[in-house]
Design a protein around this ligand. Structure first.
Ligand code: PLP
Length: 374
């Protein structure tokens, strides 16, 4: 006779590149009774969720909703709806997620012009303007706001003016910045944006908030071909999430992930109760506290412009960084991340995302590191 494996993992403190620690309030919301996806109660919850997403994205875009799937589904959704074979795009690559964006956009049939910066660096507006000049047919410019693989923060203000001048859409990956860094979709003129739930929103992974502005909608309407993905086709999804253009009823497309919507709604309520400004400031304060502690241990940051929710440092010299991470996990129950790509084995990535970004966690990690490095 076999016994079913038990699902009661030991709790961890999630200080890696995501997921972050999920508040119990959100886990409780997940366990509410499952409703039908056309139940009026559920539609109200979905509408509230979309309204709160608009507040957190700081946008009025009617087409703002959670795509079913993780952050990568958000990336695929934006790419597949905005690009078709024959299109050109510019993608800014300074880490893993820019690299993936190029791959995803090429799979949509677009010719992608990559502009590159060293891992850990960011792009200047001069570099971006030169790329837009060099590729006047580019339909969009894709850029990562918070490059989780290197910990670098890309300034976005002023970029939309450059894009608009050249007729290109501004597409932004905000998976790690939403709810953790200042992000203003309307003020910054972002045309399409995607995020994820398990980083600074501290919700379990499973939904990808997206938002499309008017210029992105016009580009979708002007397509000659259908998006390659049926599942992520916004022209159909919007009939469910926004009730159709003329307000004419909801149309079944796929079964919405009902309980995940409860979780996201609760996560967004927590963000708005704290207040976006206060939350962003808390991430800043916790980053500064961690930075001071790490530097006093002789540990230096890799990027010049560090993210607050993700701290990427050089691995301690003469130490096996994988063994260090393993001791943190087994002895202290703390998860942190290692380096990716060219930084594998050479970097540590410490997340201070959402619910994880507390004085208690920062000081606990510093005490653990102090003891393990002694
Ligand atoms: C985590 C992450 C993604 C991918 O999200 P998943 O939820 O893992 O699919 C994309 N972009 C960035 C910047 C990320 O940090």
């Amino acid at each position: 006779m076999t016994t079913a494996p038990q699902t009661n993992p030991v709790e961890r403190i999630l200080m890696g590149p995501g997921p972050s620690t999920v508040p119990h309030r959100i886990l409780r919301a997940l366990s509410a009774p499952t409703l039908g996806h056309l139940d009026p109660q559920y539609l109200e919850i979905m509408d509230e969720t979309c309204a709160m997403l608009r507040q957190v994205f700081r946008t009025q875009n009617p087409l703002t909703f959670p795509v079913s799937g993780t952050g990568m589904a958000g990336m695929e959704c934006v790419a597949t709806n905005l690009l078709e074979p024959g299109d050109e795009a510019i993608v800014c690559i300074n880490g893993v997620f820019g690299t993936r964006m190029k791959d995803v956009m090429e799979r949509c049939g677009a010719t992608v012009h990559a502009i590159e910066a060293a891992w850990g660096d960011t792009f200047t507006h001069e570099q971006l303007a030169a790329a837009l000049d060099a590729h006047p047919r580019a339909k969009l410019l894709g850029i990562v706001h918070a490059e989780t693989s290197t910990g670098a923060l890309q300034p976005l203000e002023g970029l939309s003016a450059l894009c608009r001048e050249k007729g290109a859409l501004l597409v932004v990956d905000a998976v790690t910045s939403l709810g953790g860094h200042e992000l203003r979709v309307d003020d910054w003129g972002i045309d399409a944006i995607y995020s994820g739930t398990q980083k600074c929103l501290s919700c379990p992974p499973g939904l990808a908030p997206v938002s499309f502005g008017e210029r992105a909608l016009a580009a979708m309407d002007a397509r000659k071909t259908k998006p390659q993905s049926w599942y992520l086709d916004v022209s159909m999804l919007r009939k469910y999430y926004t009730g159709g253009s003329g307000g004419g009823g909801r149309v079944y497309h796929h079964t919405a992930p009902i309980n995940m919507t409860y979780a996201l709604r609760e996560a967004l309520a927590i963000v708005l109760e704290e207040g976006l400004e206060a939350r962003i400031e808390r991430h800043r304060q916790m980053h500064l506290r961690l930075r001071a502690g790490l530097e006093s241990l002789g540990l230096a940051y890799i990027p010049k412009h560090s993210l607050h929710p993700l701290n990427c440092i050089h691995a301690p010299a003469g130490k096996d960084e994988a063994a260090l991470r393993k001791s943190l996990l087994t002895d202290y129950g703390i998860e942190i991340g290692g380096g990716l790509g060219p930084m594998a084995g050479k970097a540590l990535r410490i997340g201070l995302m959402g619910h994880t970004a507390t004085t208690r966690n920062v000081d606990l990690l510093l005490a653990a590191l102090r003891s393990l490095l002694a």
